[in-house]
Design a protein around this ligand. Structure first.
Ligand code: SF4
Length: 425
């Protein structure tokens, strides 16, 4: 039996696709082995959102070749869709497969058994409703992601995704419900609704709300988490439902900058006043709501004044952590030709926002002390279980009991930067 191992770079959507691809390859007669174990075939699910993602693919290919010079490598996904020729030239890379056919990898390999030079299969991505191989159990994660949507029509000026993943398209409703049922049957207590622009989900009149209501009806499922969602695409009924049923009190809403001049150049679809008004209303409506955001530092033309206003506004805003990205010009995104800022300025601004994120998360954790929250236990090490509350606080509790994938009530006792120490009640 041929052995295959997987490496996943980038976002939660890539992780969920790798979980599905592992099961599809197994169904096609491959034996899936752990990432660094020797394997006949190594698959890297690539990312090209930043220059760092591109470099990581190259670094990984060279490392894998050092471990096994006879290996055959397949590079799939976003970077494969855009940088086909560059990737095909890397050592022992036999297949470069873009996003249109990556979930069909076993068949691509059967069609091109041992190509030399590498086979490049990266056709233009069709804008059509899609289905996914049913993932069944996600071996890597306690909380399983379910992909409902792909691609994007927003074309923010810094973003490569519409070119790497194509135009917005939605998964067939019945197909995603089928997979959700299989994931719950496999023991997953929490499902994370994921995609590229999930708020634009639409299939035969069904919207994101219909997806959530359908998941709410699944027996055995305890929680539904909405992954990253664009600020202008969040329906009010979603907020009204948060914390009432299975829907987690959690929103990750990318703001990217808090200055209108920069938002305008980024071609974002809201002003900072609109963004701020929305998140203030959201925390008033949902007690205990956790709001996370993404910020890009060093976008071309971002002045010191723009940056300082971003820091001031996010310091005051009810956001509870920040994911900070350093701007890097992409191959196709519109902003690629604009003059970039010096690296030392970008890194200084990035440090300032990362420190702000540390303070905001700590303040959020302290605001939860003394409360009792259900915690979904995931990992056990050195006598402690680690898990998450529905509002995305990472909790550590001392226990030797068998609590994997179990929801336990926990009193939150002591806040630290990266977690809260709790006691089972
Ligand atoms: S909304 Fe903007 S940033 Fe997000 S994927 Fe689409 S183009 Fe990229």
């Amino acid at each position: 039996m041929k052995t295959v191992s997987f490496h996943t770079l980038g976002c939660r959507l890539n992780q969920s696709e790798t979980a599905s691809l592992q099961n599809a390859m197994e169904a096609d007669g491959y034996q899936v082995v752990d990432a660094m174990q020797p394997a006949d075939l190594v698959v890297i699910n690539t990312c090209t959102v930043t220059a760092g993602g591109d470099a990581e693919t190259r670094r990984l290919v060279h490392k894998i070749n050092r471990h096994n010079p006879l290996v055959r490598i397949a590079l799939v996904g976003c970077q494969a869709q855009i940088q086909k020729e560059q990737l095909a030239a890397l050592p022992n890379v036999r297949w470069v497969v873009g996003n249109q056919r990556k979930m069909d990898l076993a068949r691509v390999i059967a069609e091109h058994p041992d190509p030399d030079p590498a086979a490049v299969i990266a056709p233009t991505i069709k804008r059509a409703p899609f289905t996914m191989p049913t993932a069944g159990m996600d071996r890597q994660h306690t909380r399983a992601s379910i992909k409902i949507q792909d691609g994007c029509d927003f074309f923010c000026s810094f973003c490569e995704i519409p070119y790497a993943r194509g135009r917005a398209r939605s998964r067939i409703f019945e197909d995603l419900v089928l997979e959700a049922r299989a994931l719950v049957a496999a023991g997953h207590k929490e499902l994370i609704v994921t995609g590229i622009n999930i708020g634009t989900y639409e299939n035969e009149g069904k919207t994101l709300l219909d997806v959530v209501w359908a998941l709410e009806r699944l027996e055995g499922l305890a929680r539904i988490r909405i992954s990253s969602i664009e600020p202008t695409t969040i329906p009010q009924p979603l907020l009204e439902r948060m914390g009432q049923g299975k829907l987690c009190r959690y929103l990750h809403i990318p703001v990217q900058s808090a200055h209108n001049d920069v938002l305008y150049k980024m071609k974002r679809k809201y002003s900072i006043e609109e963004f701020n008004a929305f998140i203030h209303a959201a925390v008033r409506k949902v007690p205990g709501l956790c709001i996370g955001t993404d910020v890009i530092v060093g976008f071309p033309g971002e002045t010191e004044a723009h940056f300082e206003s971003t820091v001031d506004i996010l310091t005051e805003a009810p956001v509870h952590y920040l994911h900070v990205f350093s701007y890097s010009p992409r191959q196709l995104a519109q902003s690629r030709l604009q003059k970039t800022l010096p690296a030392n300025i970008i890194s200084r601004r990035s440090q300032i926002l990362r420190e702000l994120s540390r303070r905001k998360r700590r303040m959020f954790y302290e605001s939860l002390l003394g409360t009792i929250q259900p915690v979904l236990c995931e990992e056990h090490s050195q006598g402690f279980w680690t898990g998450w509350t529905d509002n995305y606080a990472r909790i550590r509790i001392k226990s030797e009991a068998a609590l994997h994938r179990v929801l336990v009530p926990v009193r939150l006792v002591k806040a630290e930067d990266q977690c809260i120490i709790g006691e089972r009640v």
